[in-house]
Every structure is written in C-alpha cells, then in structure tokens.
Design a protein. Structure first.
Length: 236
C-alpha cells in the first residue's frame, strides 16, 4: 500500500473535445481525427475550469498522443506542455472502429465493451494493463503533485476504475454502486481508506457543458469522486 507522500494530491482526467465521429456517435479508437471547430472551442473553454480545480498546484500534464487529445491539451493548458503517454490512447475497437453502438449490437446483441472487448482490437485485459502502466508512472513521478491526463471516453472510465481498485469492467458501472462497497474493500487512493490521505480523482470532459463550475467545485470537495455512466455509450 503506497505511503501518502507517494501519491498525487489531485488527479484530473479530461476527455478531448468534439470530433466529426464523436458528434455522430461513431466509436473512435485509433483513427486519428482532428477536433472540429466546436471541439476547439470546447478545449479552450475547458482551460479556466482546469485552472480553477488546480488551484495553486503546479501540474504534471500527460496526454494521449492521438491528435484530438493532444490538441485539447495544447489549447486547454498552453502554459503547461503535455507529455505524450501511449498508455492513455483510446480503446482499440478493431473491427468495430467507426461503428455506432446500434450497428455493433446488430452484429452481436450480447456485446458489452467492458467485458467482451473488440474482435481485431483490444481485450479488456489489455486495456486494463495499459491503465495500470500509467498509474505506475503517475506514482513514480507525480507524488504530492497535481496530475492532469488528457485522454478519451472509454479509456478514462477504465482508468478511473483501476485507480479505485475496481476491475476494469468497473468502468461500465455507476459510481453509486461503487459507493456501496464495504469500507475495507476500498482502494488506497479512495476517500475512506485507512491511514491514507488519497488524492482527489476527478473526471471531466471538454466535449459538452454538463460539467458546470458548480458541480466541479462540489465534486472537488468530495475526495475520490468521479463520474461514470451506465451502459455502452460510444467513445467521444
């Protein structure tokens, strides 16, 4: 179990701004799309919120090397160059790349990304291993600091689950279900873990206005809070 001094003070996961495929609900894994004009505006507008959440912390910034995430990082935090981290790349959807959830379910009605993975792409075990790799890097280099990671929709959910010591499939459940876990089952990075002061893990999105400043401040006060949604929504 890590010592508190070895943990980051704050972790922000930020999803990239809108792309042409995200607007139409198509799964975008390794296809390297640029931000739309709307996505550029979203990335710029995310900057003040991120600065507000960072407070006085000097952040350590990482980004997926895919253009949509790297450009979001550049626009949102121009004063803090982001370090490319391949582990933050989106799920490789393989044969399902570019398809909507409805189209995938027509092929395989039992499909569930957080359990089934993607034929011709990655398994949930492989994505989980990437998330664990990034967590190890954060622990090595981000002790006591604020960490900002610009990444993707599904990857950020799986990464959050792993930070909370949940299996990767936990990325598909709601945070309310996680809150009902027994105290002695909770992760060392989660509020309530014995003898540790955990970092705050917050998940925001540049693509959309659902994360208001009021909600951000409220969640910032509740350590270990994050955001999940049930089901299999497309990556954005």
């Amino acid at each position: 179990m890590p010592h508190p001094a070895q943990l980051p003070a704050l972790i922000l996961l930020v999803r990239h701004g809108a792309t042409e495929w995200s607007v139409s609900g198509r799964h975008t894994g390794r296809t390297d799309l640029a931000l739309t004009d709307q996505g550029v505006a979203q990335a710029v507008s995310a900057g003040p919120l991120i600065d507000e959440l960072l407070g006085d912390h000097e952040p350590l910034v990482f980004t997926s090397p895919l253009a949509r995430a790297a450009r979001t990082a550049e626009l949102a935090l121009p004063q803090h160059p982001a370090r490319p981290a391949p582990a933050l790349m989106e799920y490789d959807y393989g044969d399902y790349e570019g398809l909507t959830s409805s189209q995938i379910l027509q092929r395989d009605p039992a499909w569930d990304l957080f359990h089934s993975g993607c034929p011709g792409g990655e398994s949930i075990v492989q994505v989980s291993a990437r998330c664990d790799e990034f967590m190890a890097e954060v622990q090595r280099e981000g002790a006591g600091r604020a960490v900002v990671a610009f990444t993707h929709g599904h990857l950020s959910r799986i990464l959050t689950a792993r930070m909370l010591n949940l299996p990767a499939a936990g990325g598909g459940i709601t945070v309310e279900r996680h809150r009902h876990r027994r105290r002695d089952q909770r992760a060392p990075w989660q509020a309530g873990a014995r003898r540790l002061e955990p970092p705050r893990v917050l998940s925001a999105t540049a693509a959309g206005s659902r994360w208001s400043r009021r909600r951000a401040r409220s969640r910032c006060r509740r350590r270990g809070s994050t955001r999940h949604r049930r089901g299999r929504p497309p990556s954005r």
